[in-house]
Write a protein that binds this ligand. Structure first.
Ligand code: NAI
Length: 283
């Protein structure tokens, strides 16, 4: 296995909400980053998001040299550009078929001692790993949104993940300034197993007229000391991401994880939260 001391270049697959955040924190920690998405405008949007985030952090004095960090990130649509990566972190859409295809491709283009990590929120790391020739080097590195601001990273241990790979995942996250915890490869891991029912109950409470959306969020913020209520947090995560995660949990764990009807309807209407300008709130 290629150890942390040998990692210079990190490839990030997917330039969306999570991918561009992971690219940014890796470049901030001094790594060269190759960020890959499927279309040029998606790559550009990801790079733009990194630039605006870096300039906000620089204004607050939290990044010294935003241009130098930005210069370490190369955006691309070319899968061959990840061939020289010493570590890959995947953050593409939350669909097991897509992730398995991506991992099979990654295993064929990268050197065979390179760790392949997935940022999946709910899918089985074991099932994704089985699409590769190196399940022992596949691990879950579940970053939280927004990546540059959230301290925590959940390390997810697949059925065949080698203990050395697990240790490597913790060390890499710590190198990015994060703190970690570990979860077995069970649906939703620790965080989403507990978070998703909470979000869905917030959506149901709103749909059933228990209170206004503002009062549901305000009630949970003031009443339970969380920084965001369920509806604003769902908008922030992306309603499509919440729905996909809820469906996986429902399939695996049964009716207590059934997605809220209004969540299904919002996603069907294309109102995905902050990223499309409307979800439960307007942005
Ligand atoms: P997103 O929809 O913002 O971005 C996904 C990106 O992947 C899109 O730009 C899409 O074009 C790209 N993509 C799809 N197929 C690809 C391929 N074959 N190669 C390269 N790029 C490809 O989604 P988001 O929110 O960034 O989620 C990504 C992953 O992170 C998912 O697995 C999700 O469950 C997980 N996650 C999301 C969190 C959130 O709050 N949004 C939090 C933690 C994990």
């Amino acid at each position: 296995m290629r150890g942390l001391a040998e990692v210079d270049t990190v490839a990030v697959i997917g330039a969306g909400t999570m991918g561009n955040g992971i690219a940014q924190v890796a470049a901030t920690a001094g790594y060269d980053v190759v960020m890959r998405d499927v279309e040029t405008d998606l790559v550009e949007r990801g790079v733009d998001a990194v630039e605006s985030s870096l300039s906000r952090l620089a204004e607050k004095g939290e990044v010294d040299d935003p241009e130098a960090v930005r210069a370490r990130i190369e955006g691309t649509t070319d899968l061959a550009a990840v061939a020289d990566a010493d570590l890959v972190v995947e953050a593409v859409v939350e669909e097991v078929g897509v992730k398995r295809d991506v991992f099979a491709d990654l295993a064929s283009v990268t050197d065979d001692d390179v760790v392949l990590a997935t940022n999946t929120s709910t899918l089985s790391v074991t099932e994704i790993a089985a699409a590769t020739d190196r399940p022992d080097l596949v691990v879950g590195l579940h970053f939280m949104n927004p990546v540059p601001l959230m301290r925590g990273v959940e390390v997810v241990v697949g059925e065949r993940t080698d203990p050395e790979t697990v240790a490597f995942a913790h060390e890499f996250a710590e190198r990015l300034g994060k703190e970690t915890w570990e979860s077995d490869d069970k649906p939703g891991f620790v965080t989403n197993r507990i978070l998703m029912p909470w979000l869905n109950e917030g959506v149901r409470a709103y749909d059933e007229g228990v209170a206004s959306k503002e009062d549901i969020d305000r009630g949970m913020r003031l009443g339970t000391n969380v920084p965001m209520g369920p509806l604003e947090l769902a908008d922030h995560i992306g309603l499509d991401v919440c729905l996909q995660a809820s469906r996986t949990l429902h399939d695996e764990l049964g009716d207590r994880y059934k997605p809220a009807y209004l969540l299904e309807r919002k996603v069907a209407a294309g109102d995905l939260g902050k990223k499309t300008g409307a979800g439960f709130y307007e942005y």
